[in-house]
Design a binder for this molecule. Sequence first.
Ligand SMILES: [Zn+2]
Ligand SMILES: [Zn+2]
Length: 246
Amino acid sequence: MDGFGALVRTCARSALDFALPPRCAGCGTIVPDVHSFCAECWMQVEFIGDGGCDCCGLPLQATEQSTCARCLAKPPRIARSRSAVAYDDLSRSLAVRLKYGRKVAIARTMAHYMASLVKPERESILVPVPLHRTRLWTRGFNQSALVARELSRRLDIAAHPMVLKRTRRTPPLKGMSALQRRKTVAGAFEVADKAAVVGKTIILVDDVLTTGSTAEACARALKRAGAARVELVSWARVVKPSQLMR
Ligand SMILES: [Zn+2]
Ligand SMILES: [Zn+2]
């Protein structure tokens, strides 16, 4: 009965999403196009785009070619990182509402702006950065898995939300140094289904990219399990103002 009730609620919610006029995910005003920002919010959003270093996506210095000096010196495990927008009040409010508010509509808006940054290959699969199961129980869903599902629909590539597992609960990384973050998340991820990743290009999906230590720990587990390449696409990225491309 419970499952049925949930199904009815889900259907009612989808019908509602469908019947109501599309609204801007930033401010709630009615917009002509589904899952997009209104003109005012659009002006306010710092889109990061697909330029910058081939690898990390950050802006290149005048002396750098296609890969930045940092990535050349120490190639990251994530071969390609892309984020739709810079992390600020507006993009943060979307990330928060993805967790607690109109989840499906917000996930669709994010996927709308993230899809063009993904360059799927034949052997690509989408893998959301997992939550620990205790957090999954309390929240009831993984916000990155919702975004991965919407990206999967748009790009017609498979999403595998169960492939990667978080084996232990990690404390919030906020306020930690890069080294502390790396130590905290090291070994926190495990591949649950090796057959699904061997030889594949894994596109990790996350909501907010901060220093990338969580994504790197995921990539480490995926590579060890035989993934050919690991990429990352996130909704927002914490960037210094000097790192914005204008
Ligand atoms: Zn708006
Ligand atoms: Zn780079």
